[in-house]
Design a protein around this ligand. Structure first.
Ligand code: FE2
Length: 308
């Protein structure tokens, strides 16, 4: 017994512990890397040849059954392009969260041209970048489809006027100023009846340039309901009804046009050269609709809403 204790001296014990921890850590990292490499190639896809239909939805964390139902509804729409407005899962570093997300979303991701936005729950995790394959630096990027310019920003990152992301955003909008339609997607809303608005204080920098370059609409998430506000010719749409716990209104928002506390997704499709926009709740009921006009149309930024 004494000999054994001598064999496992204090020094040897710490050495053994460090080697064990190091080996386990390396094995764990390798395991994660290969799992995500598998996910990455399983979902990799080419651009989809379907009738143009865009779906935008978000905040799919927490309630998996609701998330699954919303994804089934979206798949039944046969969209060609899909954007997720962020908060894909409860914790972006959590492996069980990624497995659950993958189980529910993989068919939708495989069969569409699929893009996501960083929410606060992603924690800018390395796993997000291992799982997806987006253009540019993947944190913020833009995509052009059917004459529509989509810009995806990271509202959890720096968007002050001195930041790289802000400078990139100005260039991106300037380079695509002639696009027929312009939509900007980021996680934190600038206007809302729920909890807070402009939580990240980014409106001061990005609102003037979105107004200057005549963005049609902004899509957000984070506050878990449906809301559309209309400010200075831009629609601000919160689509955060993909499975996260619903939130009720807590404050005034003078710009709010529609507010619905229910799970939902939104879709857009062409009628001629105009874009029809609809929000659909989890029961299949239309909760909002309007029409976007291409830039060449002098009425492109007018509210055309049946309740206005
Ligand atoms: Fe969020």
């Amino acid at each position: 017994m004494i000999k054994r204790l001598r064999f496992l001296s204090r020094r040897r014990f710490w050495k053994l512990l460090l080697v064990t921890l190091f080996s386990t850590g390396v094995l764990y990292i390798a395991f994660i890397f290969f799992i995500f490499l598998y996910f990455h190639y399983e979902i990799k896809h080419d651009p989809i040849s379907r009738i143009p239909k865009i779906v935008i939805y978000g905040d799919t964390r927490t309630y998996h059954d609701t998330h699954r139902k919303i994804v089934e509804m979206i798949r039944s729409e046969s969209p060609s392009v899909v954007f997720h407005t962020g908060d894909l899962m409860t914790h972006g570093w959590g492996l069980p969260d990624w497995f659950a997300f993958h189980r529910i979303e993989k068919e939708l991701i495989k069969e569409t041209d699929y893009y996501a936005t960083l929410g606060n729950h992603e924690h800018n995790s390395l796993l997000y970048y291992l799982y997806f394959d987006f253009p540019g630096n993947e944190e913020y990027y833009s995509v052009d489809r059917y004459g529509i310019h989509f810009t995806v920003l990271n509202s959890t990152g720096d968007l002050s006027k001195d930041s790289e992301q802000y400078k990139w955003f100005v260039h991106d909008l300037r380079d695509h100023k002639d696009a027929a339609f312009k939509f900007v997607i980021f996680h934190h809303p600038l206007y809302s009846r729920m909890k807070v608005e402009d939580e990240m204080n980014i409106g001061e920098s990005i609102l003037p340039i979105m107004k200057k370059f005549k963005v049609h609409a902004v899509f957000n998430a984070h506050l878990h309901s449906y809301e559309r506000s209309y400010v200075d010719g831009i629609h601000h749409i919160i689509t955060a009804g993909g499975g996260a716990p619903l939130r009720g209104p807590r404050r005034e928002n003078d710009y709010s046009k529609v507010y619905v506390r229910n799970y939902h997704y939104t879709k857009m499709y062409f009628e001629g050269d105009e874009l029809v926009y609809k929000a659909i709740d989890i029961d299949g009921k239309e909760i909002d609709s309007l029409r976007f006009y291409p830039h060449k149309d002098p009425h492109y930024n007018l509210v055309k809403h049946k309740r206005d």
